[in-house]
Ligand binder design. Structure first.
Ligand SMILES: Nc1ncnc2c1ncn2[C@@H]1O[C@H](COP(=O)(O)OP(=O)(O)OP(=O)(O)O)[C@@H](O)[C@H]1O
Length: 229
């Protein structure tokens, strides 16, 4: 089993309340989380990443138990060693492409210097075709290059799995297609478990080995979600 999740959490904000009750098991490496806006996809990914604590449940990825409320297992996000890529990429605008990628391997609190040598950083800058813009700041590069910078930063820390929240949402159709293919090749090469959120049917068709559908905070049969589109 690659993904073994059972998550329960209640969130409250003022008078409103949102209940998450998500469970799924999958032996597929590439799993897509699919569902309408507000279904609880990002909350689910944040719980897997260790950014948000479930009230109860169990999270195991590729055989490692990351959280188990019954057994008192609660690993931190750092201990989980998963790479999480946010919807807006969460890159640092004041750093260059190289510094953003190197950020994940920095030592201590100091930002990486502009041309500090690091073979892992070089490897990913080269793999993603970012060498020519390595010294550029984020406003000087394209949307696709920003997306690749975020992916390179996620991979440079050698994660044990990749969690991506709408990684292609900000891109036009052609670029989206190309980067989707690149991601698929990369995942196959590294054999990294991948959990990806999307709204896009094409992502589901091309990337998913397994699809988990969410609606109103719950795992539901995919027939209903796909049919309502
Ligand atoms: N801290 C919070 N307190 C209360 N409710 C919250 C909190 N965070 C998120 N929610 C609610 O939980 C629901 C699910 O949010 P989530 O971000 O997981 O949706 P999503 O499926 O990722 O949607 P989208 O596709 O639009 O990104 C939303 O209705 C949101 O308002």
């Amino acid at each position: 089993m690659i993904w073994d999740l059972s998550l329960q959490k209640t969130l409250r904000q003022g008078d409103s309340r949102f209940d998450v009750d998500v469970s799924f098991q999958s032996s597929a490496q590439r799993v897509v989380l699919f569902g309408p806006s507000g279904a609880g996809k990002t909350l689910t990914l944040k719980m897997v990443a260790g950014i948000l604590a479930p009230d109860r449940g169990r999270i195991a990825v590729a055989g490692r138990v990351l959280f188990d409320s019954e057994r008192g297992v609660r690993t931190t996000a750092q201990q989980r060693h998963l790479a999480y890529m946010f919807q807006d990429y969460a890159l640092f605008p004041h750093l260059t492409v190289r510094q953003n990628v190197a950020f994940a391997v920095r030592q201590g609190l100091r930002n990486p210097s502009k041309d500090e040598a690091n073979t892992d950083v070089d490897r990913w800058l080269t793999s993603f075709g970012l060498n020519a813009v390595a010294g550029h700041h984020l406003h000087q590069i394209s949307g696709g290059q920003r997306q690749r910078t975020a992916l390179a930063r996620a991979l440079v820390s050698r994660p044990t799995a990749l969690l991506l929240d709408e990684p292609f949402a900000a891109l036009d159709k052609g670029l989206r297609q190309r980067l989707r293919d690149e991601l698929k090749d990369l995942q196959a090469e590294l054999q990294l478990p991948l959990l990806l959120i999307t709204h896009d049917d094409d992502d589901v068709r091309h990337l998913a080995q397994d699809v988990v559908c969410l609606d109103a905070g719950r795992t539901v049969a995919c027939g209903t979600v796909l049919a309502s589109r």
